[in-house]
Write a protein that binds this ligand. Sequence first.
Ligand SMILES: CCCCCCCC/C=C\CCCCCCCC(N)=O
Length: 522
Amino acid sequence: MASAVLIQAFFAFRRCLDMFVDFIFGLYWESKRQPIPDLLPRHRMLTESAVTLATRIRNKELTSEELVQACIERIKLVNPILNAVTDERFEDALKEARDIDKKIAEGLPKEYFDKRPFLGVPFTTKESNAISGMLNTLGILSRRHTRAENDAESVRLMRAAGAIPVAVTNVPEINKWQECRNMLFGTTCNPYHSGRTTGGSSGGEGALCAAFATPISLCSDIGGSTRMPAFFCGLFALNPTAGHTSLKGLALRSGLEPSMAAVGFVSRHCSDLAPLTAVVAGDQAPLLNLHAHVDLNTINYYYVETAGDLRVSPISSELRQAMNKVVAKLTELAPSTDKAPKPYYHKGFNYMFALWRYWMTKETDKFPKMLANNRGEVKGLVELPKKLLGMSQFTMAAILKLLDEQVMPQVNAEWAEQLTKEFSDDIISRLGERGVLLFPSAPAAAPHHATLLLRPFNFSYWGVFNVLRLPAAQVPLGLNSKGLPIGIQVVAGPRQDALCLAVAKLLEREFGGYVPPCKILE
Ligand SMILES: CCCCCCCC/C=C\CCCCCCCC(N)=O
């Protein structure tokens, strides 16, 4: 009993501290707020889905050059406020677009288009995902002039699908933080409120996509880096079942090693996620069965209101209400009472960060070595005093990550492996092939820049599903009273990615999906 009272007191104290921090940081960042420009009439095509744009190009209703030009103009309009783009290939992209238009005008066989579902559509990707010839700094100063020699496999597959790479976007150092800031390019800003974070690590992609500045946003996720920017920027995202997309060329990976990471997309349109994920899943796409028809009446819904992990902030009442609204709607739509959403819980949710932290030790990318550009290791205890003297090459977030890895006690391997197995077996047997888990995304909507340094473990609401290697969609549920996006996660069993997307589409229909951060001018 005493411990329960203590835990409640601890949470209450945390909530007060969070509100105090928000108030103080708010005083500064509210004064810095800059809205993004409204969408010009000649850029209205950028409101359409990638699938629609590809169809219009195929039907000669739109040229690839017009679309790429509109994308480049929109990037130039919003980037001074968002600081999302770190390198661009605008001239090459326009040349490739003109070549495609010429081929289309001359006439192409159906098979040519069928093999290239996104022919002529521009795309952007996070800078840690290699595009040959473009910067590949991973956000660290020692790599400021480093350019990729080859395309990442996911980039190669997107080019083979006919899409045109236009720019690469900002990430935190080595993709390892829940905001988007580094010492090379600075901080990327949220289109809904430039004084607030986009989330990380695909923060540049989240910002551009939500601001109508790119039709296709290629991301990656090992602890929430595709879903987090989607949540903070009001977008859809799918982090596909781990092990079905190639990681080759992502943050210098060979792609041969097993990993809980995956490549995925954020999008304003839920309908783009299946066809885009199919492209980067390559020959493994059939295993994900992304286009499967799902009879929603056969789905068993489960939900979790909040997690009992003492390291993370509890879910705010605003987001609990959002979850309750979804549960109420699904209860109303249920074909029978036994199909109404049921609560689910497992004690694994009390250790989300510890489990993620353990499984990160099994990944090949070693953060201290990569920060040193693979020349030795950066030491957190050395960088911390240097940072306090303004002499460190790294952000405070990177130093916290170093301290976590180099100073804090390691997680007990036997405990972590045992709990992960119990957790995984239980959730997979519960979800089966027709089950979907509705789970919170984050304790609150986009916080002001840098405040997440005081809540360094909150990304674990996403990271826990990387540990379980389950497919998870991020679904926007409109804006809160401050005009900031909110949403929830929709999780399914292994290779049941289509269930996540079917429920995401239902929620898009019922709750409206993506809400623009600016006006669309007539
Ligand atoms: C005194 C030490 C305090 C340590 C507290 C900081 C611990 C932070 C640990 C991990 C933060 C990593 C966040 C990664 C989020 C996204 C990752 C991804 N690429 O999907």
